[in-house]
Ligand binder design. Sequence first.
Ligand code: GLY
Length: 403
Amino acid sequence: MKNPYFPLFIVMLFMATGCFSEPEKATLIPDREIKYCSLQAGITLKDQPAADSLPHAMERTDTRWQYTHPGSWTSGFWPGILWYLYEATGDPDWETHAWYSSETLLPVTCKKARSHDIGFITMCSLGNGYRLTGDTIYREALLRAAHSLTALYNPVVGTILSWPGMVAAEGWPHNTIIDNMMNLELLLWASKNGGGEELYQIAVSHADCTMENGFRDDLTSYHVAVYDTITGDFIRGVTHQGLYDHSMWARGQAWGIYGYTFMYRETGEERYLDFASRITDTYLSELPQDLVPYWDFMAVSVPDKAFRDASAAAITASALLELSTYIKDQERSSSYRKSAEQMLASLSSEAYQARSEKSAFLLHSVGHMPKEREVDGSIIYADYYYLEALIRLKRLQEGKPVI
Ligand code: GLY
């Protein structure tokens, strides 16, 4: 008689011998990738010399993190990663580590803001800490940070001065970089949390003025918009980290997409939604097949500089997941979500994950090509936005609001 269990036996045999294993990471499962991130972060934690040595970057050949100090522009991302791991896993150990790490940044909020970066530094760390714990220490610190950022606002121009240090060094009297869009989130948060209406108005003015002057006619962003301090006139758009003044620096465009998306979330103004969508389409129209951009869209044709930038892909994936939830047109909304998922699937593949090579989550980012820093390396903010995007995707898959 035929054994009825024979087919099952064959299946088990195949499974045991690995014959049924999928080609690697064919399906993106956020929980699996979040688990990967937590294992990598655990290695970094063991290696970290002190809570105030904050993982910053690894050059291509480095196997360990280079650390930075509280107050440097990337110092908020590691505490932010720890908060996200706490949020994703509920493990109180991550909360403890996140708290110690965030604590090192509190003194930064008692000083004058040295640049627009105070938003990156505090929102990723203390902002997430406040969101998850409601601890008033974080709230007070964020309010201080927001007020210190307003000191860089020039009402004649209508934007925040991003880099005071570049005024004399580069001859850029009032400079506003596209990255600065990200730091408006601190102002909007603070305005909603007792900081006053003026903070909201500054964020709106900055976003409007950047929409007007910070982008070329083809909707690619300048890295730096230079303005006349006295008349407020836009003088010119130039680059600092891109390839050419006229090319699209990938991370800059990504900061813009992310920034205008939350401007819509926080203000409800349709012009921001429309703009976020249009600059997204510009970015999506020229991507390589795996949807991870060259660090500058023109770098593809420069042989010794044709590197990808995983950080731009991670930032964009996270922003697109949020943007997809605001777009009313169903087809467009699902196409944004699908693109974001494809970006995350690429980043989660063997080609981009660092795995046993180093404890960063991702390889292949470009920090500052003109200064030859972090070229094809690992950078902490790539990891931060990658994890954020995975958490956002998981929430969407579970039918929860994206944030
Ligand atoms: N905000 C600096 C950078 O994106 O490199």
